[in-house]
Design a protein around this ligand. Structure first.
Ligand code: AHR
Length: 852
């Protein structure tokens, strides 16, 4: 064993010497395992300090070798994805008496952070400590970096930090509880950091003497991560090299109805978040932008001066707020001897001879509303005559033409105040009032989603404490709803609120899956000082927990309950029959998070054992939040957890077996957000291939939703998305067609299959096969994915399933670098279907009727 290790160690040295040209050095140390070495922990300011924790090692403290270099062993998760967030500076590593390493670092906002690790590879949860606020009672200063250093002192650790020339320290024994801070007169003299020279750079950090085996493990880990990243970096171009000279592949597939298992009957659904103008200017049917004059500079953090109460409006008006229509809706416009006009979301799209419901709250003198083209032609008009008090007017306008860039104009020869100026097509999805844009909703409905998750994503937990999504602000009369800044940098009117979400789910025949914040805002909040990572104060948590319980009552309570009554008043006396609730959204799993999360989960478990709680396990398929999130889920025995990952197509190809080894006795998985990075057919195929693995594991994965769903062109904060649109067109991506094929061809019984293809594992993992039975129709559905540049010749044997010749055969194939592949369906015989060539880069769905 020793000899083996030594040989490997020496091999590594050799690799280093080749990589870094350290031949003299390698010759010297090649002869022996160095035993103990020096390990230096540091961070740099490169990439705005976002590159995290680095290490270098040395045998003599003179010649240093970076591990990586620039490899991040730990990254800070504090702050937004923007330029200043996620930075790590002034790293300080200390080892406690039991050998555990503790890493402290400073972030902006007067905060320092802690995480611990046994091996410097796997790190525990990140906790953030508001140094100045908690311990000195000073308000946060967003720009301050505290410069943390740590020393040991009589069984405890002293955390020294400085701010504005003053030095402080606090003490801890367990790195969880910190004593209050004292002014530390000696701290300025403390120089606990060391300095090394690494190539041309002088670096500050902490030095430790450690066993070589620790470093060796770090190097191995770094190398395997790099290897994995390289392996996942595939594309149609790299495929043509990898599979150069490959001939068509013969595959024997055996499907035996005797070997089957029950799988989820709600595997595919949709993830709806108000990102990319998905709600206002998107699915929500309202055609007027800023109908209530409530846009504020704050929506965009003051970065856009046009973003104010007059946004999207022009004309002869002023904004007033005395005696408004509702306290939650303070602004309105007063038009004087002139007109006001709204341009919608880059123009209003109208269809000839279609009717539009116009409504307005108004007071003052008679006014005329017109729909007009950009050149001033009137397409429809009507009149309303207000009085001295606010009154709502409802009129119908019929457009005489189809145009995409109309505007709405209200004119008066006197003085008229207007608010909640609204225009909806009468043809909304299922003709609902305050309804959804029909073409978009129908495109979603065509996917046959079995569930709808809403309202996010990050929108659910919001940009800082004051931006946590509050469902109660989104119900009731539209003029009373409280709009809000959206974490994605625009305004949410809340016209599409919880009632509308529930109704949409019902109209789709899909389960509603609301996701609520776990008492903490988004870890990517830019609003650090207001409590990001610090959570709702514990004294306010009872109220927050009650809000969560009230939501269940709103959805399911009888009309005699407080919240059930409100649902009935909104027009839905029958319960919505809510079954699921998500708590948390890919949160940073910190102590602050856990305390609040457990409190909410326990309250739901006690009061509503019938509701299935979906827990959260971080934003990645691995790492600290994933591990820690799963640990808590196990402990709380949660029915489901919400996994998220956005990855390269190669990752999806190489991990098609991700769930094969999942423990069936633990929580089930809701794969709540996933996508491969792109809208090329290659991406869509990688997703199709991965979904064959998800279907195979449909006994452990209960639900999966591609994210994000919708994006209005020119207003995207996130790409890729599933369905793009503008004012009058819907543009589903090729990824959408994969989702649609899965949604329209679901199963609830998985039939075991064997696949015999090639001896080459790179080839084999690119052929996905899944066979399911849909109990309701009795159909057998076989999905075949070929992510190879050559065709696959299948020979499918089906046993113990009473198949008929009646088969529908759908193929989605095309150029993997393009986006225009579309499914083509034909009816053929089963005999033809089971041996029909699968084109290079294709996804095929065979639906076979069985004898009932
Ligand atoms: O889907 C877009 C975003 O990705 C979601 O808001 C968030 O949960 C994830 O990071």
């Amino acid at each position: 064993m020793k000899v083996f290790l030594l040989r490997n160690t020496l091999k590594l040295f050799l690799v280093f010497s080749i990589l870094f040209g350290l031949s003299g050095f390698s010759i010297k140390i090649k002869e022996e395992n160095p035993g103990k070495v020096y390990l230096f922990a540091y961070s740099t300011l490169k990439n705005n300090g976002k590159n995290g924790l680095h290490f270098a090692w040395s045998t003599d403290q003179k010649n240093w070798f970076a591990i990586g270099p620039e490899f991040s062993f730990l990254k800070s998760d504090f702050g937004s994805w923007g330029p200043t967030g996620k930075s790590m500076s002034e790293v300080f590593l200390i080892q406690d008496n039991s050998g555990i390493f503790h890493c402290f670092w400073s972030v902006r906002d007067n905060v320092f952070a802690h995480s611990e690790s046994k091996d410097l590879v796997n790190w525990g949860r990140q906790n953030y400590i508001q140094g100045m606020k908690n311990f000195v009672g000073k308000e946060q200063d967003k720009s301050i970096i505290l410069n943390v250093q740590v020393s040991k002192n009589e069984g405890q650790y002293l955390i020294h930090f400085s701010e504005s020339g003053n030095n402080y320290s606090c003490a801890t024994k367990d790195f969880k509880q910190y004593t209050s801070t004292i002014i530390d007169a000696n701290a300025s003299a403390l120089k606990l950091r060391s300095e090394i020279q690494l190539q041309d750079e002088i670096l500050q950090g902490t030095m430790h003497k450690v066993d070589w085996s620790l470093v060796e493990n770090m190097i191995k880990n770094m190398e395997s991560v790099k290897f994995r990243d390289k392996q996942n970096n595939t594309s149609p171009k790299s495929d043509s090299l990898l599979f150069l000279g490959l001939k068509p592949i013969n595959v024997t597939i055996k499907i035996n109805g005797q070997n089957s298992k029950k799988i989820s009957n709600m595997l595919t659904g949709v993830f709806f978040e108000d990102i990319n103008y998905a709600a206002d200017g998107g699915l929500y049917g309202e055609l007027i932008q800023n109908r209530d004059f409530e846009y504020t500079l704050h929506d965009r953090k003051g970065s856009d001066e046009k973003w104010n109460s007059s946004m999207a409006w022009s004309g002869d008006f002023k904004i007033e707020n005395v005696n408004p229509i509702h306290a939650n809706n303070p602004n309105y416009a007063v038009i004087k001897n002139g007109s006001i006009s709204n341009s919608g979301f880059e123009g209003i799209a109208l269809k000839a001879n279609e009717k539009y419901d116009f409504s307005v709250f108004a007071k003052g003198t008679k006014a005329i509303v017109r729909l007009k083209t950009a050149s001033g032609e009137t397409l429809a008009e009507a009149e309303f005559t207000p009085s001295n008090t606010w009154k709502k007017f409802n009129l119908v306008l019929k457009s005489s033409k189809t145009v995409n860039d109309a505007h709405l104009e209200i004119s008066t020869n006197g003085e008229t105040a207007v608010d909640m100026v609204s225009l909806f097509p009468q043809k909304t999805f299922k003709n609902r009032k305050n309804g959804l844009r029909a073409d978009l909703a129908e495109t979603i409905a065509d996917m046959h989603p079995k569930f709808v998750r809403f309202p996010g994503g990050c929108v659910a937990h919001g940009d800082g404490l004051h931006n946590i999504y509050k469902w109660k602000n989104t119900i009731g009369p539209l003029e009373s709803r409280i709009g809000s800044r959206n974490i994605w940098g625009y305004h949410q009117s809340m016209g599409l609120g919880y009632f509308e979400y529930f109704q949409f789910c019902e109209d789709l025949g899909a389960e509603a899956v609301p996701v609520l914040a776990a008492g903490v805002p988004c870890q990517n909040s830019s609003d650090g000082g207001s409590g990001q990572q610090f959570g709702i104060p514990m004294e306010d948590m009872d109220e927050y927990v009650q809000d969560v319980l009230d939501l269940i009552e709103y959805a399911n309570g009888s009309i005699n309950t407080v919240w059930g009554k409100k649902r009935a008043e909104a027009g839905h006396p029958k319960p919505f029959n809510l079954k699921y609730i998500g708590i948390g959204n890919e949160d940073l799993i910190s102590d602050v998070f856990e305390e609040r999360y457990r409190m909410i989960v326990k309250a739901i478990q006690q009061k509503h054992p019938e509701i299935k709680i979906i827990g959260t396990v971080g934003p990645f398929f691995e790492g600290t939040d994933y591990r820690e999130g799963w640990k808590i889920a196990d402990d709380l025995k949660l029915p489901l957890v919400d996994e998220h990952y956005y990855q390269s197509p190669g990752w999806f190809i190489n991990n098609h077996d991700f769930y094969d080894s999942y423990d069936r006795s633990k929580s089930k998985v809701y794969l709540g957000e996933y996508a491969s990075w792109g809208n090329m057919f290659y991406n869509a195929l990688a997703e199709a291939l991965y979904l064959t693995g998800v279907e195979r594991n449909g006994d452990v994965v209960s639900m999966a939703s591609y994210a994000p769903l919708l994006a209005r062109e020119k207003h995207t904060q996130w790409n890729p998305d599933l369905i793009y649109f503008n004012g009058n067109e819907v543009k589903p991506t090729v990824n959408y067609f994969v989702q649609k094929l899965y949604g329209q061809n679901p199963g609830d019984i998985y039939i075991e299959r064997s696949v015999k293809a090639s001896d080459n594992s790179d080839v084999n993992k690119r052929i996905g096969v899944s066979a399911v039975k849909e109990s309701i129709s009795g159909d057998l559905i076989v999905k075949l994915v070929n992510v190879l540049p050559v065709s696959v010749m299948p020979s499918i044997e089906i046993a113990n399933l009473a198949t008929t010749e009646n088969t529908s055969y759908t193929v989605l194939s095309g150029n993997p670098e393009k986006t225009d592949a579309r499914p083509i369906t034909q009816n053929i015989t089963l005999k033809e279907a089971i041996s029909k060539e699968l084109p290079p880069y294709s996804f095929t769905v065979i639906r076979i009727k069985t004898k009932k």
